[in-house]
Design a protein around this ligand. Structure first.
Ligand code: PEP
Length: 279
């Protein structure tokens, strides 16, 4: 369990007026799926059909770029986002897509710094920082991913010490370098331990609560407590209908970043409904 004193020192006291207005944010990262535009359209429609009437949630669908224009947001609680963007708004950058273009085609969000982009596209903290600032400048909200590669902080009895890898702090601090106080509320930080992504081996609610406290503490140090409270903290890594409620209730997450399970409409709809019911 997270030490209660640590929790009390760093946890945000819940402002009920604010909390009531606060919707949970559920982001679907389709990655490089599905295979056809027909399937993408079907998936988007099935999810929206299935969550009609869901309250207290905001759902963001992040399809691959070629499918962005066929994902129509039919419900007020559904938005769309991209999985990446470049850090310039226009110009001679072959193969890149700017945040301004994403905004222009109706995106409200962009995922930045996903570990798969670090792994396959060589993204560094410096590049992530430039992308994040460019996205905010264009008026997009950012889902910033951070997370450690492996779980290596164990005590002598082999139990996790709840200390996050210092690289996670570095990722966050470097990502928000130069971001103005006034922009902080447009960032949601997704804690995504790499060891939990797509492995079927999720973190625990205690793990993610520790991570939330850690993230809020860093943001308080960089900005202020009040600003830090504006940053939503999401969890991502092997979430499914069986563990959703645990992360929201016990882990006190402000939402989830969902990979694999977001491709299965029935599974994803169930997750959204469960979040809606406990929020
Ligand atoms: C992700 O890729 O952001 C992710 C959380 O994937 P999964 O849910 O499949 O672990």
């Amino acid at each position: 369990m997270v030490d209660m004193e640590t929790r009390a020192q760093h946890e945000t006291p819940i402002d009920m007026k604010h909390a009531a207005k606060n919707r949970k944010l559920i982001v679907a990262n389709w990655k490089m799926n599905p295979q056809t535009r027909k399937e993408a359209g079907q998936l988007s429609r099935a999810v929206q059909q299935g969550i009609r009437g869901a309250k207290n949630v905001e759902v963001v669908l992040c399809p691959p770029l070629p499918y962005l224009s066929i994902v129509n947001c039919q419900l007020s609680v559904v938005g769309k986002g991209a999985q990446n963007c470049f850090y310039q708004q226009n110009g001679a950058y072959t193969g890149e897509v700017s945040p301004a273009m994403l905004k222009d085609i109706g995106c409200g969000y962009v995922i930045i710094g996903h570990s798969e982009r670090k792994k396959y596209a060589g993204e560094t903290n410096e590049i992530i920082n430039k992308k994040l600032k460019a996205a905010l400048r264009a008026g997009l909200k950012v889902i910033l991913c951070i997370g450690e590669e492996s779980r290596d902080s164990f005590d002598s009895r082999g139990r996790w010490t709840h200390e996050l890898d210092p690289k996670v702090k570095e990722q966050l601090v470097e990502a928000v370098k130069g971001v103005k106080k006034s922009q902080i509320g447009n960032i949601a930080v997704a804690y995504e331990p790499v060891w939990a992504i797509g492995t079927g081996n999720p973190a625990t609610p205690d793990d993610v609560l520790s991570a939330k406290i850690f993230i809020r503490k860093i943001m308080s140090e960089l900005y202020s407590r009040k600003d830090a409270d504006k940053v939503l903290v999401l969890y991502g890594g092997s979430t499914n209908r069986k563990n959703t409620v645990d992360f929201i209730k016990d882990g006190q997450m402000d939402g989830l970043l969902v990979g694999g399970a977001s491709l299965d409409p029935e599974e994803f709809i169930t997750m959204i409904k469960e979040v809606s019911e406990v929020s």
